[in-house]
Design a binder for this molecule. Structure first.
Ligand SMILES: C=C1C[C@]23C[C@@]1(O)CC[C@H]2[C@@]12CC[C@H](O)[C@@](C)(C(=O)O1)[C@H]2[C@@H]3C(=O)O
Ligand SMILES: O=C(O)CCC(=O)C(=O)O
Ligand SMILES: [Fe+2]
Length: 327
């Protein structure tokens, strides 16, 4: 189906497609490893249902974020400008990217959250308790899913991916996005432009307003229907590299809604800065040689922050023939 694009001068196809929903309850668990692998190979995205994250943790976080974004602009600015952490409005990252979004970007370490909360809320203890409780729950979910991925890929040590996120010094971050309604505009505007997520795995949730779209093919966008009870899970660049390109770090974006404001929150599970990222040896074979040169997360992050939002930074780390096909 071809429908309205946020930029009518650009030819874009926007389609609706059912993305896989994976049941993480005890009864769905035996099929989960295989279904997760299939979803990550085809779409790089899936929906986690019956995930076990308590609803109170989610509603406390929703209240905390709604309270913050409802503050007058001058008060929100006390937590900014984002460089890259803190409150940002319209400006994304450090290299001139913009979008119809305001956000809080937070370190995932509880001590950093507590410290930063003093510039975010008049009740910093409450705010940081909500954020820290939410981060702990979604980090556990991310690790659980990474273990299922390893099992589905038949990697014998099933904590190969999750151990990076559980490590002391993990560079994971947490983002809360608020997209004001676009008012007079009939079509949505670009809130958060096209990009892939750089880290290992993203755990994303939104309110009941749509706007997220993924692109499996250049210029073709698939709208992801909102489901506030579920989490959308997506593969990041580092996991694409660690799986030697089997899992896809898919490009996505978020549009604003003409009538309703949208809130999304994303936990980006990342390794420590000094972690060495390389394709897992079980996934490198003579028929499927190593696609990426090994790199540290610090080196990758430097590339991320020196480039623009939409740049394809993983291309900088492609292996050449001279790098061989060592396993
Ligand atoms: C423009 C930028 C913002 C970003 C860092 C970057 O230079 C390119 C990647 C962007 C992104 C996208 C996913 C996450 O929201 C994010 C926190 C990340 O790790 O990479 C943002 C960065 C940011 O807003 O600081
Ligand atoms: O708002 C969304 O649904 C997506 C946001 C996003 O992609 C991001 O924060 O990296
Ligand atoms: Fe993203």
């Amino acid at each position: 189906m071809v429908v309205a694009s946020p930029n009518p001068r650009r030819t874009e196809k926007i389609q609706a497609m059912e993305l896989p929903a994976i049941d993480l309850s005890p009864s769905g668990r035996s099929a989960a490893p295989r279904l997760i692998v299939e979803a990550c190979e085809r779409y790089g995205f899936f929906k986690a249902v019956n995930h076990g994250v308590p609803v109170e943790i989610v509603s406390r976080m929703d209240e905390a974020s709604a309270g913050f974004f409802a503050l007058p602009a001058s008060e929100k600015q006390r937590a900014g400008p984002a460089g890259p952490f803190g409150y940002g409005s319209k400006s994304i990252g450090l290299n001139g990217d913009v979008g119809e979004v305001e956000y809080l970007l937070l370190e995932s370490d509880p001590a950093f959250v507590s410290r930063r909360s003093t510039s975010i809320s008049d009740d910093p203890t409450r705010f940081s308790a909500a954020v820290n409780g939410y981060i702990e729950a979604v980090r556990d979910l991310a690790c659980d899913i990474l273990d299922l991925m390893a099992e589905g890929l038949r990697v014998p040590d099933t904590s190969v991916f999750s151990r990076f996120i559980r490590a002391v010094g993990s560079d994971s971050v947490f983002r809360i996005n608020h997209y004001p309604r676009s008012g007079a505009v009939i079509h949505g505007e670009v809130g958060f432009g096209e990009h892939s997520d750089p880290q290992i795995l993203t755990v994303l949730r939104s309110n009941d307003v749509g706007g997220l779209q993924i692109s499996l093919e250049d210029g073709v966008w698939t709208s992801v229907p909102p489901d506030p009870k579920a989490f959308w899970i997506n593969v990041g660049d580092v996991l694409q590299a660690m799986t030697n390109g089997r899992f896809l770090s898919v490009r996505h974006r978020a549009l604003t809604n003409p009538f309703k404001s949208r809130t999304s929150m994303a936990f980006f599970g990342a390794p420590p800065l000094d972690a060495r990222i390389a394709s897992h040896r079980e996934l490198v074979t003579p028929r499927w040689p190593r696609l990426y040169k090994p790199f540290t997360w610090a080196e990758y992050k430097k590339a991320v922050y020196s480039l623009r939002l939409g740049d394809k930074r993983l291309d900088l780390f492609k292996a050449s023939r001279e790098d061989g096909i060592d396993m």
